[in-house]
Design a protein around this ligand. Sequence first.
Ligand SMILES: C[S@@+](CC[C@H](N)C(=O)[O-])C[C@H]1O[C@@H](n2cnc3c(N)ncnc32)[C@H](O)[C@@H]1O
Length: 216
Amino acid sequence: MILINPELEQYSSDFSLKIPVEASRIHETTTEMHPHAHLMSSILQGQYLAFISRMLAPKHILEIGTFTGFSTLCLAEGLKKEGELHSIELREADVSSARLNFSFSPKNKQIHLHSGNAKEIIPILDYEWDLVFIDADKVSYIEYYELVLPRLKEGGIIIADNVLFHGKVIDTGTKDKNTKAIDNFNRHVNNDQRTHQLIVPIRDGLMMIKKNNYED
Ligand SMILES: C[S@@+](CC[C@H](N)C(=O)[O-])C[C@H]1O[C@@H](n2cnc3c(N)ncnc32)[C@H](O)[C@@H]1O
Protein backbone atom coordinates (compact mmCIF):
# COMPACT_ATOMS: atom_id res chain seq x y z
CA MET A 1 0.00 0.00 0.00
CA ILE A 2 1.36 3.43 -0.96
CA LEU A 3 0.80 5.90 1.90
CA ILE A 4 2.26 8.91 0.12
CA ASN A 5 2.23 9.90 -3.54
CA PRO A 6 5.66 8.74 -4.93
CA GLU A 7 6.37 12.17 -6.46
CA LEU A 8 5.71 13.86 -3.11
CA GLU A 9 7.90 11.27 -1.41
CA GLN A 10 10.68 12.05 -3.92
CA TYR A 11 10.19 15.80 -3.36
CA SER A 12 10.34 15.28 0.44
CA SER A 13 13.53 13.28 0.01
CA ASP A 14 15.10 15.86 -2.34
CA PHE A 15 14.62 18.63 0.20
CA SER A 16 15.77 16.67 3.24
CA LEU A 17 19.22 16.01 4.69
CA LYS A 18 21.57 13.82 2.66
CA ILE A 19 22.41 10.32 3.84
CA PRO A 20 26.05 9.12 3.56
CA VAL A 21 27.22 7.85 0.15
CA GLU A 22 28.01 4.44 1.67
CA ALA A 23 24.34 4.12 2.72
CA SER A 24 23.12 5.16 -0.75
CA ARG A 25 25.41 2.53 -2.25
CA ILE A 26 23.94 -0.18 0.01
CA HIS A 27 20.46 0.90 -1.05
CA GLU A 28 21.37 0.67 -4.75
CA THR A 29 23.15 -2.69 -4.60
CA THR A 30 20.54 -4.29 -2.31
CA THR A 31 17.74 -3.06 -4.61
CA GLU A 32 19.56 -4.52 -7.65
CA MET A 33 20.83 -7.79 -6.20
CA HIS A 34 18.89 -8.91 -3.13
CA PRO A 35 15.79 -11.11 -3.66
CA HIS A 36 14.21 -9.59 -0.51
CA ALA A 37 15.12 -5.96 -1.15
CA HIS A 38 11.59 -4.91 -0.12
CA LEU A 39 12.65 -5.55 3.51
CA MET A 40 14.93 -2.51 3.41
CA SER A 41 13.92 0.96 4.61
CA SER A 42 13.16 3.55 1.93
CA ILE A 43 15.55 6.44 1.27
CA LEU A 44 13.18 8.94 2.94
CA GLN A 45 12.90 6.64 5.95
CA GLY A 46 16.71 6.47 6.10
CA GLN A 47 16.82 10.26 6.03
CA TYR A 48 14.31 10.32 8.87
CA LEU A 49 16.44 7.91 10.94
CA ALA A 50 19.53 10.02 10.20
CA PHE A 51 17.70 13.18 11.28
CA ILE A 52 16.52 11.65 14.57
CA SER A 53 20.03 10.37 15.23
CA ARG A 54 21.51 13.82 14.59
CA MET A 55 18.86 15.37 16.83
CA LEU A 56 19.59 13.01 19.76
CA ALA A 57 23.39 12.67 19.29
CA PRO A 58 23.19 9.24 20.96
CA LYS A 59 26.04 7.46 22.68
CA HIS A 60 24.55 3.97 22.46
CA ILE A 61 22.29 2.81 19.64
CA LEU A 62 20.71 -0.65 19.29
CA GLU A 63 19.28 -1.93 16.01
CA ILE A 64 17.27 -5.17 15.90
CA GLY A 65 17.27 -6.43 12.28
CA THR A 66 20.31 -5.24 10.31
CA PHE A 67 19.52 -6.83 6.92
CA THR A 68 22.23 -5.44 4.57
CA GLY A 69 23.01 -2.43 6.76
CA PHE A 70 21.25 0.49 5.06
CA SER A 71 19.33 1.67 8.14
CA THR A 72 22.40 1.02 10.33
CA LEU A 73 24.51 3.61 8.50
CA CYS A 74 21.62 6.11 8.60
CA LEU A 75 21.17 5.56 12.35
CA ALA A 76 24.92 6.00 12.88
CA GLU A 77 24.86 9.53 11.44
CA GLY A 78 24.47 11.36 14.77
CA LEU A 79 26.44 8.90 16.89
CA LYS A 80 28.80 10.61 19.34
CA LYS A 81 32.53 10.21 18.56
CA GLU A 82 32.98 7.89 21.56
CA GLY A 83 29.60 6.19 20.87
CA GLU A 84 28.76 2.65 19.72
CA LEU A 85 26.04 1.22 17.53
CA HIS A 86 25.11 -2.45 18.08
CA SER A 87 23.12 -4.15 15.35
CA ILE A 88 21.75 -7.71 15.42
CA GLU A 89 21.00 -9.92 12.42
CA LEU A 90 19.86 -13.55 12.33
CA ARG A 91 20.56 -14.50 8.69
CA GLU A 92 24.23 -15.36 8.08
CA ALA A 93 24.18 -14.25 4.42
CA ASP A 94 22.90 -10.81 5.42
CA VAL A 95 25.42 -10.58 8.26
CA SER A 96 28.22 -11.14 5.70
CA SER A 97 26.81 -8.53 3.29
CA ALA A 98 26.36 -6.00 6.10
CA ARG A 99 29.90 -6.61 7.41
CA LEU A 100 31.34 -5.95 3.97
CA ASN A 101 29.11 -2.90 3.49
CA PHE A 102 30.19 -1.42 6.84
CA SER A 103 33.87 -1.82 5.95
CA PHE A 104 33.50 1.10 3.48
CA SER A 105 32.03 3.41 6.13
CA PRO A 106 34.10 5.87 8.19
CA LYS A 107 31.89 4.77 11.13
CA ASN A 108 32.94 1.13 10.76
CA LYS A 109 34.92 1.02 14.03
CA GLN A 110 31.91 2.26 16.00
CA ILE A 111 29.56 -0.38 14.55
CA HIS A 112 29.31 -3.75 16.30
CA LEU A 113 27.47 -6.33 14.25
CA HIS A 114 26.09 -9.32 16.15
CA SER A 115 25.19 -12.51 14.33
CA GLY A 116 22.33 -14.48 15.87
CA ASN A 117 18.93 -14.29 17.50
CA ALA A 118 18.13 -10.88 18.99
CA LYS A 119 16.22 -12.51 21.85
CA GLU A 120 19.43 -14.14 23.05
CA ILE A 121 21.78 -11.25 22.24
CA ILE A 122 19.84 -8.25 23.67
CA PRO A 123 20.08 -9.51 27.30
CA ILE A 124 23.88 -9.81 27.12
CA LEU A 125 24.46 -6.28 25.77
CA ASP A 126 25.08 -4.33 28.94
CA TYR A 127 24.44 -0.74 27.78
CA GLU A 128 22.02 2.03 28.56
CA TRP A 129 20.44 2.72 25.16
CA ASP A 130 19.71 6.24 23.90
CA LEU A 131 18.10 5.09 20.66
CA VAL A 132 16.68 1.72 19.59
CA PHE A 133 15.35 0.69 16.17
CA ILE A 134 13.08 -2.39 16.17
CA ASP A 135 12.86 -3.83 12.66
CA ALA A 136 12.95 -7.66 12.88
CA ASP A 137 10.25 -10.37 13.00
CA LYS A 138 6.89 -8.73 13.70
CA VAL A 139 5.56 -11.44 16.03
CA SER A 140 8.33 -10.63 18.52
CA TYR A 141 7.90 -6.85 18.69
CA ILE A 142 6.30 -6.86 22.18
CA GLU A 143 9.10 -9.11 23.44
CA TYR A 144 11.77 -6.79 21.99
CA TYR A 145 10.02 -3.75 23.49
CA GLU A 146 9.87 -5.34 26.94
CA LEU A 147 13.49 -6.48 26.70
CA VAL A 148 14.88 -3.06 25.76
CA LEU A 149 12.65 -0.70 27.76
CA PRO A 150 14.33 -1.36 31.16
CA ARG A 151 17.68 -0.59 29.52
CA LEU A 152 16.50 2.49 27.67
CA LYS A 153 17.71 5.76 29.16
CA GLU A 154 15.05 8.05 30.64
CA GLY A 155 13.88 10.22 27.75
CA GLY A 156 15.39 7.67 25.31
CA ILE A 157 13.69 6.81 22.03
CA ILE A 158 12.56 3.53 20.47
CA ILE A 159 11.52 3.56 16.81
CA ALA A 160 9.51 0.55 15.64
CA ASP A 161 9.08 -0.04 11.90
CA ASN A 162 6.10 -1.39 9.91
CA VAL A 163 3.47 -0.42 12.49
CA LEU A 164 0.83 0.17 9.79
CA PHE A 165 1.75 -3.17 8.18
CA HIS A 166 0.97 -2.36 4.55
CA GLY A 167 -2.20 -0.59 5.72
CA LYS A 168 -3.63 -3.88 6.99
CA VAL A 169 -3.85 -2.83 10.67
CA ILE A 170 -7.23 -1.18 10.04
CA ASP A 171 -8.68 -4.49 8.77
CA THR A 172 -10.37 -5.58 12.00
CA GLY A 173 -11.25 -9.04 10.62
CA THR A 174 -7.71 -9.90 9.56
CA LYS A 175 -6.38 -13.42 10.20
CA ASP A 176 -2.83 -12.55 9.15
CA LYS A 177 -0.54 -13.29 12.10
CA ASN A 178 1.93 -10.49 11.37
CA THR A 179 -0.82 -7.88 11.08
CA LYS A 180 -2.38 -9.09 14.34
CA ALA A 181 1.01 -9.05 16.05
CA ILE A 182 1.63 -5.47 14.94
CA ASP A 183 -1.85 -4.37 16.00
CA ASN A 184 -1.28 -6.00 19.42
CA PHE A 185 2.08 -4.27 19.67
CA ASN A 186 0.58 -0.86 18.88
CA ARG A 187 -2.12 -1.37 21.54
CA HIS A 188 0.37 -2.71 24.08
CA VAL A 189 2.68 0.29 23.70
CA ASN A 190 -0.12 2.85 23.52
CA ASN A 191 -1.52 1.52 26.84
CA ASP A 192 1.87 1.66 28.52
CA GLN A 193 2.14 4.44 31.13
CA ARG A 194 5.96 4.23 31.03
CA THR A 195 6.16 5.79 27.56
CA HIS A 196 4.65 8.34 25.16
CA GLN A 197 4.01 7.31 21.56
CA LEU A 198 3.43 8.75 18.11
CA ILE A 199 2.83 6.90 14.83
CA VAL A 200 4.48 8.65 11.88
CA PRO A 201 3.04 7.46 8.53
CA ILE A 202 6.35 7.33 6.63
CA ARG A 203 6.59 4.29 4.31
CA ASP A 204 5.07 1.42 6.33
CA GLY A 205 4.58 3.45 9.52
CA LEU A 206 7.08 4.24 12.27
CA MET A 207 6.09 4.21 15.95
CA MET A 208 8.08 6.78 17.89
CA ILE A 209 8.25 5.81 21.57
CA LYS A 210 9.75 8.05 24.24
CA LYS A 211 10.52 6.63 27.66
CA ASN A 212 9.18 8.91 30.35
CA ASN A 213 11.51 10.96 32.47
CA TYR A 214 11.27 10.45 36.21
CA GLU A 215 9.04 13.52 36.61
CA ASP A 216 6.69 12.72 33.66
C1 LIG B 1 12.93 -5.69 7.70
S1 LIG B 1 14.49 -6.43 7.74
C2 LIG B 1 15.51 -5.16 8.40
C3 LIG B 1 15.74 -4.03 7.43
C4 LIG B 1 16.80 -3.06 7.84
N1 LIG B 1 16.59 -2.55 9.18
C5 LIG B 1 16.79 -1.91 6.85
O1 LIG B 1 16.00 -0.98 7.00
O2 LIG B 1 17.55 -1.99 5.87
C6 LIG B 1 14.34 -7.52 9.09
C7 LIG B 1 15.62 -8.29 9.41
O3 LIG B 1 15.47 -8.88 10.71
C8 LIG B 1 16.12 -10.13 10.70
N2 LIG B 1 15.57 -10.94 11.80
C9 LIG B 1 14.39 -11.60 11.86
N3 LIG B 1 14.26 -12.21 13.04
C10 LIG B 1 15.36 -11.91 13.77
C11 LIG B 1 15.82 -12.26 15.08
N4 LIG B 1 15.09 -13.04 15.89
N5 LIG B 1 17.02 -11.80 15.49
C12 LIG B 1 17.77 -11.00 14.68
N6 LIG B 1 17.38 -10.65 13.43
C13 LIG B 1 16.21 -11.10 12.98
C14 LIG B 1 15.80 -10.68 9.31
O4 LIG B 1 16.73 -11.70 8.97
C15 LIG B 1 15.88 -9.44 8.44
O5 LIG B 1 17.15 -9.28 7.84
